[in-house]
Design a protein around this ligand. Sequence first.
Ligand SMILES: NC(=O)c1ccc[n+]([C@@H]2O[C@H](COP(=O)([O-])OP(=O)(O)OC[C@H]3O[C@@H](n4cnc5c(N)ncnc54)[C@H](O)[C@@H]3O)[C@@H](O)[C@H]2O)c1
Length: 299
Amino acid sequence: MRVLVTGGAGFLGSNLVDALVARGDTAIALDDLSTGSRTNLKPGVTLRVADVSNEAALYQAVTGQEFEVIVHCASKTKVVESMEKPELYRRVIVDGTRNVLALARDRRARMLVNISTGGAIYGETPICATEETKTEPPSNYGKFKLEAERLAAEAPIPTISLRLGNIYGPRQRTDLEGGVVAIFAAAWKRGQPLTVFGDGEDQRDYVYVGDAVDAITSAFAGTWTGVFNVGTGVATSVKMLIRVMAEVLGPPPQVFYTAARAGGVELDRSCLDSSKATQTGLWRPKTTLADGLRLTLAA
Ligand SMILES: NC(=O)c1ccc[n+]([C@@H]2O[C@H](COP(=O)([O-])OP(=O)(O)OC[C@H]3O[C@@H](n4cnc5c(N)ncnc54)[C@H](O)[C@@H]3O)[C@@H](O)[C@H]2O)c1
């Protein structure tokens, strides 16, 4: 199968490309390399460099190519930055998704998998959110991802939008928001103190990247359309994350608590109920946090 992966040189995209290559598919990565890197891709994987929000450049990058499936991972991903640079975020997320959907139709793709986000779209979730939970995105990032989902739903080809929890795993950068596992692991290895913003009680739904990749490839069957949560249903506090990491890495270096990050867009609790994916046979989480951390830290 020929699969185009936008954002294919990024954290999630490159893990997906690896999995596709391993199962014998032809994966073509398309990326503007703004946060992704060629070094995330194994030798032999085709990389086309283009900005998805530039329609002409996007088409030029894949001239004459057809794809059976497109997975749209390319996105700006920083919640706080999205409040400072709304135009950039709208252009890349909304215009970029519109262009990639049109490309999918133009290249006669059978379907498109749109990578969306759970936390940023639902806002605070005292009870783990189902797909029926009211969406209340507190940030521009979440608002634009929601708009991108609507574009996908209205597209003239079958699409599925996967609302992912907090993904962690090998190759996650330490300088991007949300990569708390990568940030802590790097500090731990260097013997440097861990910095926790707030009181350490903030909770997130951590999903191992291999499980997220499974959800994406499972969607290729084309049986499912619409919106699906991809989370574990387990909300883990930062303090608990440090305790589980300590089981793998030994006692932590010092832990410093500092003021919660500014911006008013960080959530206290984010958790996704993935019953819809489980009950319809699309996906279920496989990897426990402890196992996922072992896989991440061994890589
Ligand atoms: N990591 C998470 O916890 C998480 C959670 C929910 C959703 N997501 C979604 O998963 C997807 C991948 O995120 P990630 O965590 O791998 O981040 P990432 O930054 O590693 O990946 C995004 C990729 O998109 C590329 N990109 C950015 N703007 C582009 C543009 N205009 N044109 C082409 N390429 C562009 C970047 O260079 C990068 O390679 C995103 O859609 C993100 O919103 C991630």
